[in-house]
Each structure stands twice: as structure tokens, then as C-alpha cells.
Design a protein around this ligand. Sequence first.
Ligand code: THU
Length: 160
Amino acid sequence: MTELKITSKFTIFHTNTELTKQDQELLNKAIEARDKAYAPYSNFCVGVSILLENGKIVLGNNQENAAYPSGMCAERVAIWTAAAQWPKTKVLKIFISANSSKKIVDKPVSPCGACRQSLSEYELNQGSNITIYFTGETGNIIQSDSIKDLLPLTFDNTLL
Ligand code: THU
């Protein structure tokens, strides 16, 4: 028997002014998308901006439904929108912001497991890392250099 230890690296930014100007703009775009989320059932709004290698910025937000499981998370709305429009263009960065009308979201909101799995597929296919930043409404912004930090031991298509 052997032991496998897996480490993940995250950088914590204490305020958005610690980000580069371009990254601040990308975070602002995620906030703009968040404010357009359709979340009448949870009142939990998530917005995402994606920077592509061709310089395009793609936005997404969560879209809920009266039949609850028919809704979709912001991260998958955004990555699928990007993949639908620019299927061969690499994703460089993803920014996520979340808030709620019920409470102040003061902790970074990381993508759910299903979104991690979906994002991972695109990172593996493009053969280069996707940088991910996630935050709440206030508080720290957490950054990682790869989706692998969020989802080690990913299920991927080499296993099929
Ligand atoms: N949500 C996202 O958009 N992204 C996540 O990673 C987690 C959750 C959405 C789904 C639902 O509309 C609301 O947040 C509450 O779960």
C-alpha cells in the first residue's frame, strides 16, 4: 500500500485592488453578469466572465426554473456559451462572483462539483491551464492556476 498526497495551490487577494487592471475589469464583468442572473427561487445570483485567447469576453449567469433541476449554474452557462461560439479558442481565465438577496455573501463562492467537472473537460481538451478566480459579494478573492486544483483525480475521457 502507498499513500498519495495531493496538494492544491491558491492565492488569496484581500481586495480587488490587488488584482491587475485587466483582472479587475473581468471581475466587474462577472459582477455585471451576476446582476442579470435569473434566480427567483434561490435568490442566490452567480455571474461569470471568461477571457478567451482571442481576447473575447464571454459572460454567463445562473438560470433557474420552476422545475428546479431544469435550471443551470452560471459556470456551465458561461463555458458552454464560449464553447458554442469559439469551439477552438482556448479559455485563459474564468471569474466568478456571487451574491444573495437573503444575506451578505462574504466568502468566496467556488464552483459546484458538476461545474468543476465541466470546466475540467475544456481545460484537458485545450492542453493548457485555465486560471480561475472566485469571490462572494465582499471579502477575499481566491485564485488558482488550474481547475485541477479544484478537482484532483478528475474523471476524464482517457478513462473511457
Ligand atoms: N449556482 C451556480 O450558479 N454556480 C455554482 O457553482 C453553485 C450554485 C447556482 C445554482 C442555483 O441557481 C443557485 O446558485 C443556488 O444553488
